[in-house]
Design a protein around this ligand. Structure first.
Ligand code: UT7
Length: 331
């Protein structure tokens, strides 16, 4: 027994920060950002909390699935950092949704949503859960240095959610991790013990080109592996939903894998890199647009700090949705 995706949801902050607006804050340009990354804007938390986004995404996914919060057996949130170190984002979401079930966070950076799907799969396999809510919610705007043009232009805030119910639609899944604090990291430097070591900036640092190379090779490797493990071939894949980090990474992986451009789904132009929220945000957008048909085979692939990677093959067993069923609450 694994699971089926019964509902999706997403939310993002009201404030859209365009490349042109960013160019008024730091030494950059729409031309540089869009040609190097494909990003035109990102949404940034100002009035809302991260929990607001997570709850809205969760509510929408529950509505879409026709599941009540009280029916949930488990809530897992993927996040780099919630509004609090403790309680977890999941606990806050649980209370605000009116659920009554175990709730905890996982952190596998940008691969966190796929890690959370794998965790959820274990609960279904052990028959410990029938209905699970997985939310990936990220406030990258609070983790980047807004003076550092090499990183802050890349990221945005958002949340995506899925309701999982008993089913057989997770056809394969693969995770990996490889500890490294040199290429991409965010130091945890809080504390006030007198004379304790510290001093690092609490912001994201990254060697962009190393991440780029890792991203392309790991996506190609992981997608090929999960397709093989599912007993499928590349031609069986209806759509690939890659982590939305850089359009050039996505294009390079696509061309190496020899997958037709129309089978690669993206929304990076509008949201930038929302870390682990990027794939479920894209999944929800495509679901609401009626992109998927019953029986479609989806390949999800993510990579991130750690390095971590995650990829899986999901069968879409819901029908097609022809109209938006709800408005994005944060529009
Ligand atoms: O979830 C995982 C997240 N991380 C990633 O996916 C990162 C993967 N890497 C990348 O996407 C790319 O490496 C970047 C988009 C980060 C950078 O692109 P690049 O083509 O590797 O550029 P670069 O770092 O080699 O920088 C080229 C130039 C430099 O100037 P000089 O030294 O050639 O004079 C940078 O200072 O571009 C400059 N630069 C900028 N210029 C205008 C760096 N950032 C900016 C900027 N605006 N925002």
């Amino acid at each position: 027994m694994s699971f089926s995706v019964s509902g999706t949801g997403s939310a993002y902050p009201a404030l859209a920060l365009t490349n042109d607006a960013l160019s008024n804050m730091i030494d950059t340009s729409d031309e540089w950002i869009s040609t190097r990354t494909g990003i035109r804007q990102r949404h940034v938390l100002k009035e809302e909390s991260l929990a607001d986004l997570a709850v809205t995404a969760g509510e929408q996914a529950l509505l879409d699935a026709g599941v009540e919060a009280a029916e949930l057996d488990l809530i897992i949130c993927s996040t780099l950092r919630g509004d609090f170190i403790t309680p977890s984002l999941s606990c806050i979401v649980e209370k605000r949704l009116g659920a009554c079930c175990p709730a905890y966070d996982v952190n596998a950076a940008c691969s966190g949503f796929i890690y959370a799907l794998d965790v959820a799969d274990g609960y279904f396999a052990r028959k410990k859960a029938k209905k699970v809510l997985v939310i990936a919610a990220e406030a990258m705007s609070k983790l980047v240095d807004w003076q550092d043009r090499s990183t802050c232009v890349l990221f945005g805030d958002g949340a995506g959610a899925v309701v999982l119910t008993e089913g057989e639609d997770l056809l394969s899944i693969k995770l990996s991790a490889n500890g490294d604090t040199d290429v991409m990291a965010i130091p945890n430097v809080a504390g006030n013990f007198p004379d304790a070591a510290g001093g690092a900036d609490p912001y994201l640092t990254m060697k962009g080109q190393e991440v780029f190379k890792f991203a392309v090779s790991s996506m190609c490797r992981d997608i090929a592996e999960v397709i093989g493990e599912a007993g499928l071939s590349k031609d069986d894949i209806s759509y690939v939903l890659p982590h939305q980090a850089n359009m050039r990474i996505i294009d390079a992986a696509r061309s190496r894998l020899k997958i037709a451009p129309e089978r690669i789904l993206t929304n990076i132009e509008r949201f930038g890199n929302t870390s682990s929220a990027s794939i479920p945000l894209l999944l929800d957008q495509m679901n609401r647009e009626g992109r998927f048909q019953k029986g479609d085979i989806l390949a999800l692939s993510a990579f991130g700090s750690g390095f971590t990677t995650g990829a899986c093959i999901l069968r879409w067993s819901r029908g097609r949705s022809f109209a938006p069923r709800y408005q994005m609450a944060c529009d």
